[in-house]
Design a protein around this ligand. Structure first.
Ligand SMILES: *[C@@H]1O[C@H](CO)[C@@H](O)[C@H](O)[C@H]1NC(C)=O
Ligand SMILES: *[C@@H]1O[C@H](CO)[C@@H](O)[C@H](O)[C@H]1NC(C)=O
Ligand SMILES: *[C@@H]1O[C@H](CO)[C@@H](O)[C@H](O)[C@H]1NC(C)=O
Length: 765
């Protein structure tokens, strides 16, 4: 992709220079555009990182921060946990085994007879850093955590990128912390750069999905906190299973925003063979049933941010009436494609008395039987009717992660044996004397839950059987399995679970086992697709739909330099996942351009639109969410039409969203303006997608404002992977253009208020 850029620098071979004087050793390790300098006489050792902008060799920037602590390690012995770090004044620092492309910096702690090493290898474009530790004996010490930091000296001119859900950017002095894998750390790369100088990429390069914490304090450093596989067990030596890797990033430009330059490097790592585990099933298109590929709009029966849900929403007859009204209206307005329905509060439990019904977030994983309306309508009849008459596909809600400590299954089946367990106090692990406790969670719905360990056969079978009953007995088209991709992995120290203590590949493999069990029982995913909340990367091969609610909790624009959504996930993983849904509120209808911007935000990021709530109770803290009455209000016919039009445009372009990748937008002049008072958004929302084999580029432009907009759009097709000399046409014209370095295509745009324009360009084959 950047082949021309990198060729220039390939000429410079990675080199290490060493100069020694008395007891001071300085050395440097380079990749073509990154230079690390060390000084063993200073407490920090990694004294500076210098980055050269590959697009501008005269532009360099040095990152150094003496107050950063390069590493900090939590060590356990038989009685307690203690910490050592890189700044310890008694540590002696040396360099060993230095060759032109690698070196090892070592800290020796005489009182502990312990040595800590950071092994640096230069492997273009990355410098990979792997920590290791050696203890004096085989039995007395273990590691709880190893935190490695990359010093940084940010200014407010910098932008930073974090892998929060779809990706966020904000001002360089804003901090971040996310536990991977989870909604808050869906990928593993972070970055900093500015429009005036080059920057740095900092990532965990792990292809197995283990737990880690990614963070940035906004002033002194980025960090990756590693928990070893088998953490706290006695070990003579330990070496990290993966590297923390850094690389130079160019200055930020319009066509090369920070998220793109950083994500290009991350993608290079993730897709390099052997590719990450979660890519092994290939592209998503082969795993989706036609109805899910084409469910451009989603509904839910009703939800509330607190776990207090409207009771009547899940009553089959009530849900059916609401779905028939709203989808019937949309059909009248011209929507032809299927609709996905996320079905809450469908469960009754064993006692048919309505007052004994199993409410939301109670009794998990016990649900059956399903509700029956007073009119006699069952869950199955409802699901079957809306599918046959309205092309609506029902996905009942279950939870794939938590186990109610008071439910029948927990009591009958020794639920505690399945729960994730942690040491009561952190010390050296020994299966005989380590006191374990069960962490619990409470969502305000009443019961306490433990976290069911997905690596246990019990949980895999339990969720498998639940899904089997829903699909085979209740007519469900698929199942929504909550929390899997949104909640963090939990470290578990229970040796009876047959997995490595604390961290390990067992969490991902456990869920993989659970989804494999499900498909063994209900057929493959084209027969019964599974969906979950959020878009954590490691579940990509297990689910056919991500509900990225927290991605859309960030705005697309911020006048105060707060977090904004950037489409990093669709740039890295376009073609390998499917996503649907954002949170909508009644209050959105008080600012219709803003409401349009939320719908447009989903359209331009390739996300299936909606997840509009049909019911919901009033709740001051959450805001009101039930939209049924608003959709049925004649005053809001335009909103309904906007949803239908957006769905129809999505339908025309579905191959781009399903199989293609999202790229940075062409430059608009004048640029879209930040609008809105209560909630900020861009008045023109733009999304640019490149087709699967890069033969087509499409630009969607949604004018969500109440006035018409004129602007020019400048496209540089080399940004989208086209090469000099490539010939292309613009949709609607026979003229043939040639991609020419330094030449760009300028298009005059006139987009009327609420209009959605589509520009398509295709290579002439
Ligand atoms: C060598 O290092 C030690 C400990 O870091 C320091 O006290 C001493 O002054 C250094 N000696 C010279 C000659 O730099
Ligand atoms: C464990 O480490 C602590 C802190 O360094 C120390 O006080 C304690 O004596 C050690 N315990 C054992 C059994 O070595
Ligand atoms: C652990 O392995 C043993 C022996 O194969 C098996 O009986 C037990 O059920 C396993 N435990 C769990 C929690 O899966």
């Amino acid at each position: 992709m950047n082949s021309t850029i990198f060729t220039l620098y390939l000429l410079i071979i990675g080199i290490i220079q060493i100069s020694a004087s008395k007891n001071q050793t300085k050395f440097s390790l380079t990749t073509p555009s990154l230079l690390l300098q060390f000084d063993t006489s200073t407490s920090n050792v990694l004294s500076s990182i210098q980055s050269t902008d590959p697009t501008d060799p005269t532009s360099t920037r040095t990152f150094s921060n003496p107050s950063a602590t390069l590493f900090s390690i939590e060590i356990v012995n038989a009685t307690s946990l203690f910490t050592i770090d890189s700044k310890n004044p008694t540590a002696t620092r040396t360099l060993t085994s230095t060759t032109p492309t690698q070196t090892t910096a070592t800290w020796s702690y005489p009182q502990l007879s312990t040595t800590v090493s950071l092994h640096f290898t230069s492997s273009e474009p990355f410098i990979n850093i792997v920590p290791s530790i050696t203890f004096p004996d085989n039995i007395n010490h273990g590691i709880a955590t190893f935190t490695l930091s990359i010093p940084m000296n940010p200014s407010t001119e910098d932008a930073v990128f974090f892998p929060d859900s779809y990706g966020v950017e904000s001002s360089g002095t804003n901090g971040y912390s996310g536990t991977y894998p989870s909604a808050a750390a869906a990928m593993q790369h972070m970055a900093i750069s500015s429009s005036t100088g080059p920057g740095i990429y900092v990532a965990a390069h792990d292809k197995s999905g283990d737990w880690k914490e990614l963070g940035y304090d906004g002033s002194t450093c980025f960090h990756v906190k590693i928990v070893p596989v088998g953490a706290t067990k006695p070990v003579p030596t330990w070496s990290a299973e993966y590297s923390v890797s850094i690389a130079a990033l160019p200055k930020i430009t319009d066509s090369n925003p920070l998220y793109k330059s950083a994500s290009e490097l991350y993608r290079e790592f993730i897709f390099e063979e052997p590719a990450a585990e979660w890519l092994r099933r290939g592209m998503i298109k082969n795993r989706l049933p036609d109805h899910l590929k084409n469910s451009h709009v989603w509904l839910n029966t009703g939800w509330q941010c607190h776990d207090v849900f409207e009771d009547v929403q899940g009553d089959p007859a009530t849900a059916q009436g609401r779905v028939e009204d709203v989808v019937g209206l949309w059909r009248d307005l011209g929507m032809k494609t299927p609709v996905g329905l996320h079905y809450y509060e469908w469960q009754q439990g064993p006692d048919p008395d309505p007052s004994s019904r199993y409410l939301f977030d109670t009794h998990y994983p016990d649900y059956f039987p399903g509700r029956v309306s007073s009119s006699g309508t069952t869950v199955k009849q409802f699901s079957k009717t809306v599918k046959e008459t309205l092309d609506v596909y029902t996905y009942p809600y279950i939870n794939g992660r938590i186990f109610d400590l008071t439910c029948d299954s927990y009591i009958a089946d020794d639920g505690e044996s399945v729960c994730v367990k942690v040491p009561s106090s952190m010390k050296l692990f020994s299966s005989s004397n380590t006191d374990l406790s069960v962490p619990t969670e409470n969502y305000g719905s009443g019961p306490d839950f433990c976290i069911a360990n997905p690596a246990t056969e019990y949980w895999q079978n339990k969720i498998g059987a639940t899904v089997e009953e829903l699909v085979n007995e209740y007519g469900s088209s698929g199942v929504y399995i909550d929390q899997v991709a949104s909640a963090s992995m939990n470290l578990c120290y229970d040796p009876s679970h047959n997995h490595t203590i604390a961290n390990g590949h067992w969490w991902r493999n456990g869920y993989l086992g659970m989804f494999n069990k499900i498909h063994e029982l209900v057929g493959d995913s084209t027969n019964a697709p599974m969906v979950t909340e959020s878009n954590s990367e490691i579940y990509m091969d297990m689910v056919e739909g991500y509900l990225p609610l927290t991605a859309f909790a960030k705005p697309f624009a911020s006048s105060s330099n707060g977090n904004i959504l950037v489409p990093a996930f669709s740039f890295v993983y376009g073609g390998y996942y499917n996503a649907f849904g954002a949170e909508f509120y009644q209050a959105d209808f008080t600012d219709i351009p803003y409401l349009r911007s939320k719908i447009a935000g989903m359209l331009i990021t390739g996300t299936q639109i909606g997840w509009f709530s049909l019911g919901g109770i009033e709740d001051d803290a959450c805001g009101e969410m039930g939209l049924y009455d608003l959709f049925m209000d004649k005053e809001n016919l335009d909103v309904n039409q906007y949803i239908v039009d957006s769905a129809n445009i999505r339908s025309e372009l579905v191959d781009f969203f399903l199989n293609g990748r999202q790229y940075p937008n062409p430059v608009a002049d004048p640029a879209p303006k930040i609008a809105g008072t209560n909630w900020e958004y861009l008045d023109v929302m733009t999304g640019t997608w490149v087709s699967e084999h890069a033969s087509e580029v499409v630009v969607l432009l949604c004018n969500v404002a109440d006035s018409d907009k004129q602007f020019t759009l400048t496209l540089d097709f080399t940004t989208y992977g086209w090469k000099e000399g490539d010939q292309y046409k613009m949709d609607g014209s026979d003229e043939v253009f040639t991609v020419d370095s330094g030449n760009v295509q300028v298009v005059d745009m006139d987009v009327e208020s609420t209009g959605i324009e589509v520009l398509r360009f295709a290579l002439v084959q």
